[in-house]
Ligand binder design. Structure first.
Ligand code: C2E
Ligand code: MG
Ligand code: MG
Ligand code: MG
Length: 279
C-alpha cells in the first residue's frame, strides 16, 4: 500500500502503523507455530465454595510458553486469535484438553467441575454445538461437570445467541456469564438466558471495601441472582476482608489470589489432591 506524504511530511499510513501491521502478521505466524508445536498449556485456578469451605471447581486458563519470548499472557493473544480465526483451533484444543483432564478426575471419583472460557467467535461458529457434543462423547465425561464461560458483551444478544445457549444446555453442560457487570446485559435479557452461573467481574470486587457504588452493585447482582436461581462467583478476590463481605452478602463462590493463582496441573494436584480422599 502506498500513501502519499502530506505537505507537512506526515502520512496517514505511517511507519508506526506499518510496523504494527507487520508485528501482527509475525504474531499470527507465531500462533500457527504454537498450535503445531504445542506451546500452549492449561493452568487451573481453584474456585472456592464459601459455605462448604473448600475448592469445588477449577477454571482452565490458557498459557503460551514461547520458546524465545517466554510467557505470553492470553490478554495479549486471544484478541488477535479472534481476529484471525485462530481462536478456533486454539479453542478446540483448550476444550479437548480440559475435558481429558476432567475425565481423569471423574475416573478417580473427584467431583470437581472444570470451567472453560469460550470466545463469542467460537460460540457463533456454525459447528460449535457439534464440536462440544463430539468432545463430550469422545472423552466420555459426565457433562454436568463441564462449565462453559461466555463473556457478557454486545455479541451475546438476541434470539440467535439464546438459541445457541439452549442447544448447549441440551448437551447437559453448565453455563456461566463471565466478567458480569462490564457489558450491556439488561436484567430482562438475563432472565431469558438459559444460564446457571454469574461471575461478578474483578472491577467491582476491587471496590467492595471502599466504594459504596461497587458494594451496592454487588449486593444488587447477588439479590437478582438469587431471584433467578443462579449461582454467583466473585472474581479476583485478593484479600480476606473482601472474602468476608462477600460471604456476608450471600455470595456462593470466590476465585482469586486469596485462594490461589492459576497453577499448572502438577502443582494443583500436589496442593489439593495429594494424599486426599477423593469424593
Ligand atoms: P477471565 O476468564 O475473566 O479469567 C480471569 C483472569 O483473572 C485470569 O487472567 C486470572 O489469572 C485473573 N485472576 C484471577 N484471580 C485474580 C486475582 O485475585 N487478582 C488478579 N489481579 N487477577 C486474577 P488470565 O489467565 O491472564 O486470563 C485473562 C483472560 O484471557 C481471561 O479472563 C479470559 O477472558 C481469557 N482467556 C484465558 N484463557 C482462555 C481460553 O482458554 N480461551 C479463551 N477464549 N479465553 C481465555
Ligand atoms: Mg473466565
Ligand atoms: Mg472473568
Ligand atoms: Mg475476562
Amino acid at each position: 500500500e502506498t500513501k502519499k506524504k502530506g505537505k507537512h511530511g506526515f502520512s496517514i499510513y505511517n511507519d508506526s502503523m506499518a510496523h504494527h501491521h507487520n508485528k501482527k502478521i509475525r504474531f499470527k505466524n507465531d500462533i500457527d507455530k504454537a498450535i503445531e508445536e504445542k506451546q500452549f498449556q492449561l493452568y487451573y485456578q481453584p474456585q472456592y465454595n464459601l459455605n462448604a469451605e473448600k475448592v469445588v471447581a477449577v477454571e482452565a486458563l490458557i498459557r503460551w510458553i514461547h520458546p524465545k519470548k517466554g510467557f505470553i499472557s492470553p490478554t495479549d493473544f486471544i484478541d488477535i486469535a479472534e481476529q484471525t480465526g485462530q481462536i478456533h483451533p486454539i479453542g478446540k484444543w483448550v476444550l479437548q484438553e480440559a475435558c481429558e483432564q476432567l475425565k481423569i478426575w471423574q475416573d478417580r471419583g473427584l467431583a470437581w467441575k472444570v470451567s472453560v472460557n469460550i470466545s463469542p467467535k467460537q460460540l457463533f461458529k456454525d459447528d460449535f454445538i457439534e464440536l462440544v457434543f463430539n468432545i463430550i462423547s469422545e472423552t466420555n465425561i459426565d457433562p454436568k461437570y463441564l462449565e462453559l464461560e461466555i463473556t457478557e458483551n454486545i455479541y451475546i444478544n438476541g434470539e440467535y445467541s439464546i438459541m445457541k445457549l439452549r442447544k448447549l444446555k441440551e448437551l447437559g453442560v453448565s453455563l456461566a456469564i463471565d466478567d458480569f457487570g462490564t457489558g450491556y446485559s439488561s436484567l430482562q435479557y438475563l432472565k431469558e438466558l438459559p444460564i446457571d452461573v454469574i461471575k461478578i467481574d474483578k472491577l467491582f470486587i476491587d471496590g467492595i471495601l471502599n466504594n459504596l457504588n461497587d458494594l451496592s452493585i454487588i449486593k444488587g447482582i447477588i439479590t437478582m441472582a438469587k431471584t433467578l436461581d443462579l449461582k454467583i462467583i466473585a472474581e479476583g478476590v485478593e484479600i480476606e476482608k473482601q472474602m468476608e463481605v462477600l460471604k456476608y452478602l450471600g455470595c456462593d463462590m470466590i476465585q482469586g489470589y486469596i485462594i490461589e493463582k492459576p497453577i499448572p496441573i502438577n502443582e494443583l494436584e500436589e496442593r489439593y489432591l495429594h494424599n486426599k480422599k477423593m469424593t
